[in-house]
Design a protein around this ligand. Structure first.
Ligand SMILES: N[C@H](CCC[C@H](N)C(=O)O)C(=O)O
Length: 273
């Protein structure tokens, strides 16, 4: 099977084109192709499909095979892929996802896409208590793990995100607490867990333990959710640079959430299923 491997600030994906509607077990394929020893290796699988309601449809599967509604770094890669592979030569694309319609604006240079701006839609910040088994005060609540207590916010950016503020983001803490928080029973669909350091009112640093993928170098929806929570908690402006391991995303929360960042090809080839 032909594939492309791409990344958005180190959050890496395998992309396959299934416009011809072949009957593929995407979850099983995601587990196999994303395996970093027995497969190609990636955080997730992106699938190009026909859409009846938009220009094109994007499906996203995590490396554990679970299907997610949306993926911020993934949709930038997806938009670059369908443009440069001449599937959809539009600089403004309407993309159907399980989280709804997203709009991608491509920044083209010499017919190559080097930056993509996505309208990520509106964050879901209301009736959080009914969606999650949570008592919140302005999105915020306490998480008590046996050895540690966190003040967290939770909202949906197409997918569930929990935001925890910390002065010192340590991978060890993320590896210990991320998987515990991901699966807490008050998140009926599990959650992505973002550890956020507020650097100034226009810059934050984020590291994410992703639902279904683990610790990744960047999380687009997590970056967006972290900006929304930080802004609503009065910690930042509504236009924020999000510093990630391999670069920055630029996020604006202005009724809708807008995310701008890079997307790159890594390689292409044939996967022997
Ligand atoms: N692991 C996420 C999906 C991928 C999101 C992330 N890679 C992004 O860039 O938004 C979830 O299951 O909700």
């Amino acid at each position: 099977m032909y594939f492309a491997k791409m990344h958005g600030l180190g959050n890496d994906f395998i992309v396959i084109n299934n416009l011809d509607g072949r009957n593929i077990d995407y979850s099983n394929l995601a587990r196999k192709i994303c395996d970093r020893h027995f497969g190609i290796g990636a955080d997730g699988l992106l699938v190009v499909e026909k859409s009846k309601i938009a220009d094109i449809k994007m499906l996203i599967f995590n490396s554990d095979g679970s299907q997610a509604e949306m993926c911020g770094n993934g949709i930038r890669c997806f938009a670059k892929y369908v443009f440069e592979k001449e599937i959809l030569k539009k600089e403004k694309m309407i993309i159907e996802t399980l989280a709804g319609i997203m709009v991608a604006e491509l920044k083209i240079n010499n017919s190559l896409v080097n930056f993509v701006k996505i309208n990520m839609g509106k964050p879901q910040i209301n009736n959080i208590e009914s969606i999650f088994n949570l008592k919140v005060d302005n999105l915020n609540y306490e998480i008590n793990l046996n050895e540690k207590k966190f003040i967290a916010s939770t909202l949906l950016m197409g997918v569930p995100h929990t935001i925890i503020y910390t002065e010192d983001i340590k991978d060890d803490d993320i590896l210990i607490f991320g998987p515990q928080i991901e699966k807490l029973d008050f998140y009926p669909y599990k959650t992505n867990v973002n550890f956020v350091k507020v650097i100034s009112n226009k810059k934050i640093k984020v590291k994410t333990w992703e639902r279904g993928a683990g610790l990744t170098l960047a999380c687009g929806t997590g970056s967006c959710a972290s900006v929304v929570a930080a802004y609503l908690n009065g910690l930042t402006n509504n236009l924020v640079e999000v510093e990630l391991e391999a670069g920055s995303l630029f996020i604006e929360y202005n009724d809708d959430v807008y995310m701008e960042g890079p997307a790159e090809f890594i390689c292409e080839g044939n996967f022997f299923e």
